[in-house]
Design a protein around this ligand. Sequence first.
Ligand code: PXG
Length: 289
Amino acid sequence: MKIFLGDKLVDEKDAVVSVFDHGLLYGDGVFEGIRAYNGRVFLLDEHLDRLYDSAKAIALEISMTKAEISQAVVGTCKANGIADGYIRLVVTRGKGTLGLNPYLCKKDKVIIIAAKIQLYPQELYSTGLKIVTVGTVRNHPEAINPRIKSLNYLNNIMAKIEAINAGCMEGLMLNHKGEVAEASGDNVFAVKNGVLTTPPSSCGALEGLTRNTVMELAQKAGYEVRESVMARYDLYVADEVFLTGTAAEIISVVDIDKRSIGDGKPGTVTSELSALYAEFARSEGTLIK
Ligand code: PXG
C-alpha cells in the first residue's frame, strides 16, 4: 500500500512519524474520514472545507492548499487502485518537543491513507441496531467544541467503551444539559409522523456530511426536516430512528435503552432514504483519474 506522507507517496513500511509528533503526544491535529464510491471521491470539497475549519479552530495552519490536498487524495486512491473505499485524511501539528507549546512544531504533517472499507455486517442493516445512552457527555462547546474533528477522540472512545460494555455497538451521547447530541461516531435522526428531526450542532452534534446529505435528500423527497433540541423521550416515542455517518451510511436503530422503537424493525422511511443515499453516492464526487 502507498501512503501519502508529508508531501509525497511512500511505501507503507516507510510511512512512519516521529515520536515527537504532537498528533501522537497530545492528539493535536484534525482528521476526516471520506468514502470513495464507483471511482469518485464522495463529497471531497465538503470534507476539505470541514478539515480546514477544524484546523482553523485549533489554530493549526495547513501547509498545503485545498486544491493540493484534493489532488493528493485522488492520487493516493489512484496509486492504490481504490475505486470504492475509505480514505483517512489526517493533519497533525507535526514534530515538536515534549512540551505542550504548539508553536515549537515547525511544520504540520499531512497523512492520507486510502484503503478498502471494513463495513458493518450486512445483517445489522436488515435487523437494525440496539443502542444505549452512555454516561460520558459530549464535550462542552467551550472546551473542545464538538464541531471540531480533532485527533483527540477520547471522549467518543469513552462513550464507545461504555456502549460495548453494555453489549451494544453504539452509544447515544447527551450534551452537558442532558439534550440528545449524537452517537459516538454517527449523527442521529428521529422520524415521527413523516417528519425528520435531528439535533442542531449547537446541541453537540458534529455537522455530519452524511447528515447534511440525508437532510437534503429527504427534503427533495417531500419530507419535512427539522433541526431541534431533542430529549431522549423524542427518540423513545419516534416511529423510526436511524444513525448517519460516512462509514455506516444510514443504519436503523430499533431499540434504545430497552425501549423498542416503532414496531422494533427498520422502518420504511429509513429504507427509502438509504436507497436515495446509495443512488446519490454513486453519481456524485470527484473523479479518480
Ligand atoms: N459524529 C461524530 C462524532 C463523528 O466522528 C459523524 C458524526 C458523522 O459525520 P460524517 O461527516 O461522516 O457523516 C462522525 C464521523 C468510525 C469513525 O470508525 C467514524 C467517524 C469518525 C471517525 C471514525 O466509525 N465519523
